[in-house]
Ligand binder design. Structure first.
Ligand code: SF4
Length: 106
């Protein structure tokens, strides 16, 4: 005979633990993602024109394609650390970033 050793208290405790574990994993993955590609530009400092061109060209701080990153793009200049200056944006871009204007360095 199978014995179910679940009390109401145990079930409630386990039910509360699962969402907390999910939040912990979510927080770690967000931190890992942020650590992988630090933002080079503070969106609170960029003007509306700079934000608009970034959005229209689908700029991301971390490219999905490791072969097409800003560091391999001919428009990125003055690289210091993980950030450089994008000629298209006339502003900062991440060496690991990407946008629709990506063009390989000559
Ligand atoms: S044009 Fe796009 S891919 Fe090239 S450096 Fe600028 S943001 Fe990066």
């Amino acid at each position: 005979m199978t014995e179910f050793n679940f009390t109401r208290r145990k079930l409630l405790a386990r039910g509360a633990a699962l969402p907390l574990a999910g939040l912990a994993v979510f927080g770690v993955s967000r931190a890992a993602a942020a650590g992988a590609a630090p933002a080079c530009a503070d969106p609170n400092v960029l003007d509306s024109g700079q934000m608009s061109i970034r959005e229209s060209l689908n700029y991301v701080e971390q490219s999905k394609d490791p072969m097409k990153v800003c560091n391999g793009c001919g428009f990125l200049k003055d690289v210091k650390g993980s950030c450089g200056n994008c000629d298209i944006f006339n502003g900062p871009a991440n060496v690991s970033g990407h946008c629709d204007s990506w063009s390989p360095k000559a």
